[in-house]
Design a protein around this ligand. Structure first.
Ligand code: ATP
Length: 232
């Protein structure tokens, strides 16, 4: 791509995850990346059966419903359900191949992930192909802070990253795929595990996730131990 062509380029964020449940850690990062990178749209793509982790605590139906409730009113956010409708294990590279095929030529896909996920990339199915399909945008995460310090990456991942690093979001428009950009965002030490554990231990989850999601969890008795009364 010639630098002069970049005015027509549209950057789209792809945010995969289990979202079991969605929380403010996810939402805040998504919001900040839309702003700082200038995504025209950000797609949340909940995984159906994650390949490399335990089965989710809530069904795909509930996880999607919580996501939809949380992002309503945000015109830049949307939910793509393809992975939950696909049979077998969820594989991001399959999703990215499909998206690449579906979007117009001037669309550049940027796959978002926390550093905790990025360090495990070599475990993913056909992980190197991702660099042919999209850019990767990484955010640090409390407990996993390696911003600009890739010493913690495995040798094979480091080798891939070394020649791919971008230093500014503008560089993501100069080529269709293959760059790796680490972006500073507000660090929120929130995880879905913390939320599920709090529920199991009868502790509050208020202010860790949107009220709508909290209410959905209560109404549908998700993650609840037996005989549990209230979360707030
Ligand atoms: P769990 O605790 O069940 O593993 P999680 O909170 O990590 O869940 P996921 O849905 O697995 O949430 O994460 C989806 C993506 O969001 C991953 O790339 C993960 O690194 C990132 N992410 C989740 N929470 C945060 C956070 N608080 N800060 C930065 N990145 C986050």
């Amino acid at each position: 791509m010639l630098e002069d062509d970049t005015t027509n380029i549209s950057l789209i964020g792809i945010y995969g995850g289990t979202f079991d449940p969605l929380h403010y850690g996810h939402l805040r990062i998504a919001e900040e990346l839309v702003e700082s990178i200038g995504f025209s749209k950000l797609y949340f793509i909940p995984s159906g059966s994650p390949r490399l982790r335990q089965a989710p605590g809530a069904s795909m139906y509930h996880r999607v419903a919580m996501l939809r409730a949380a992002i309503q009113g945000n015109a830049k956010f949307t939910v793509d359900e393809r992975e939950i409708h696909r049979s077998g294990e969820s594989r991001s590279v399959v999703t990215l191949r499909e998206l690449k095929h579906e979007f117009a030529e001037n669309v550049v896909l940027c796959f978002l992930m926390g550093m905790d996920v990025f360090v495990k990339l070599p475990d993913w199915y056909c992980w190197r192909e991702l660099f042919k399909l999209c850019h990767i945008v990484i955010v640090d995460r409390p407990g996993c802070i390696f911003l600009n310090n890739k010493n913690h990456l495995s040798e094979e991942l480091n080798r891939e990253v070394l020649h791919r690093q971008a230093t500014h979001a503008n560089e993501l428009k100069n080529t269709y795929s293959g760059r790796v950009l680490t972006v500073p965002t507000t660090m929120l030490d929130i995880s879905a595990t913390l939320i599920r554990d709090n529920i199991a231990n009868k502790k509050s989850i208020r202010y860790l996730l949107p009220d709508m999601v909290l209410e959905y969890i209560e109404t549908n008795h998700l993650y609840f131990p037996k005989n549990f009364k209230a979360l707030k």
